[in-house]
Design a protein around this ligand. Structure first.
Ligand code: ATP
Ligand code: MG
Length: 383
């Protein structure tokens, strides 16, 4: 008999003929997640198991962050032949609990002599006899005592929800425009959750933005890397571009022109890093640069898809997500962002692309873009 972690997976189930590939990728991701703490990982008929991790809590923390995992259950594994002994163990596990319960048996080994309804009945009876403080409620029990009969018997009463999604690396690669704000880390998480590997680009306007502001973004990338594995963060010097825009373009267009530069540079970084799409944290109507017309103007300068998973979310909903994934606190640190310096008093909310293009003629767009890319610093974050 031993303790281990039984890992349940979600959507990967649905993958038809490609299922072995998705499963292999998922198992490898779980393996990577627990490698440092000595976990031993294997898959056996539709469950992933982790044994021998040095620290169970840390193991749970790590595996619940693996995309593709639906939930993790700390379980007891034991020989199944002696059903009495399995019941005795079930009683032990239920002893500290109070309220109502039901037994939920699953017999994958169809040669096992007791079928699932019978396991439910007999094990339920044994628990009730031994622990008269508990009651059965099959509709909405406080506790579900799960028993799975496979090559061995597995017992568990607690399942911790995990992130779900698709295994990382099964859906290509995209480049996240990562500011120090609340929205962009959430956006990156949401796309990564669908199995997309991410790299990040951050625009830094030293000395108008501080070293601390940059460190904050490195920390946000690090938090994301707990889900996404190692992340390359490209920090792009942006001061020159902002200064020139500020000096040479009409005040009310400066934000949009700046955003167009961000998109152009991000596309170049993305191609360099093998990414096929961009991700931003924009949400329609949130600020002047995120009205429909403004988004049209920013999209105009890129030749790859731009994913904006927060597009239909209210700020409150984005904050909720940020709290769930653990980025909110860091995002809320009050350091300046390059978007908040040189902000015009009256940014245009209904820009016309032809007027923006005209205003940009005052700048040498390609030279400025090239110069910024020359100064890129690549920081490897995570793992
Ligand atoms: P966030 O909360 O993520 O900063 P926001 O609501 O403040 O978003 P903006 O500042 O207009 O919105 O930025 C919109 C999007 O542009 C961000 O979500 C992010 O993807 C990108 N972005 C903004 N500033 C930067 C930056 N300094 N570096 C990289 N990307 C940025
Ligand atoms: Mg911002």
């Amino acid at each position: 008999m031993r303790e281990l972690l039984l890992v349940r997976y979600g959507e990967v189930h649905l993958k038809g003929q490609n299922r072995p590939y998705f499963l292999r990728t998922l198992v490898n991701a779980v393996r990577r997640a627990v490698r440092e703490i000595g976990g031993n990982v294997w898959i056996s008929d539709s469950r992933i198991f982790v044994s021998d991790a040095q620290n169970m809590d840390e193991c749970i923390r790590r595996v619940t962050k693996v995309f593709g995992v639906h939930s993790v259950c700390p379980a007891i594994e034991m020989e199944k032949d002696d059903f009495d002994a399995v019941c005795a163990q079930a009683v032990q596990m239920m002893r500290p609990l109070s309220g109502t319960f039901k037994v939920n048996a699953r017999r994958s080994d169809k040669r096992y002599p007791i079928d699932s309804p019978e396991i439910n009945r007999r094990m339920g009876e044994r628990v009730l006899e031994a622990l008269p403080g508990l009651r059965v409620d099959v509709h909405s029990p406080d506790h579900v005592l799960s028993v799975e009969i496979r090559d061995k018997a597995y017992l568990y009463v607690c399942c911790i929800p995990a992130v779900n999604g698709m295994p990382l690396g099964t859906n290509g690669r995209a480049c996240l425009l990562l500011s120090g704000g609340i929205d962009s880390p959430v956006a990156g998480f949401m796309i990564a959750k669908r199995g997309v590997e991410i790299c990040c680009v951050h625009y830094h306007s030293f000395p108008y933005t501080s070293e601390r502001a940059k460190e904050k973004v490195v920390e946000l990338a690090r938090i994301l890397s707990e889900y996404c594995g190692k992340i390359r963060l490209y920090v792009v010097p942006f001061t020159q571009i902002q200064m020139e825009i500020h000096q040479k373009c009409p005040d009310h267009y400066t934000t949009l022109i700046m955003r167009r530069f961000m998109m152009r540079i991000a596309e170049r970084v993305a191609r360099m890093d093998g990414a096929q799409a961009l991700i931003t944290g924009e949400s329609v109507g949130q600020v002047a640069s995120q009205t429909m017309e403004a988004l049209v103007c920013t999209d105009e300068v890129v030749g790859m898809p731009v994913f904006r998973p927060c597009i239909g979310f209210d700020k409150i909903e984005i904050v909720e997500r940020a709290e769930q994934i653990g980025t909110y606190e860091t995002s809320s640190l009050p350091y300046e962002d390059c978007c908040t310096i040189f902000t015009p008093r009256h940014p245009t909310t209904h820009p016309k692309p032809e007027l923006i293009r005209k205003a940009e003629e005052a700048l040498d767009v390609s030279a400025l873009t090239d110069a910024a890319l020359q100064g890129v610093e690549c920081i490897e974050v995570g793992e």
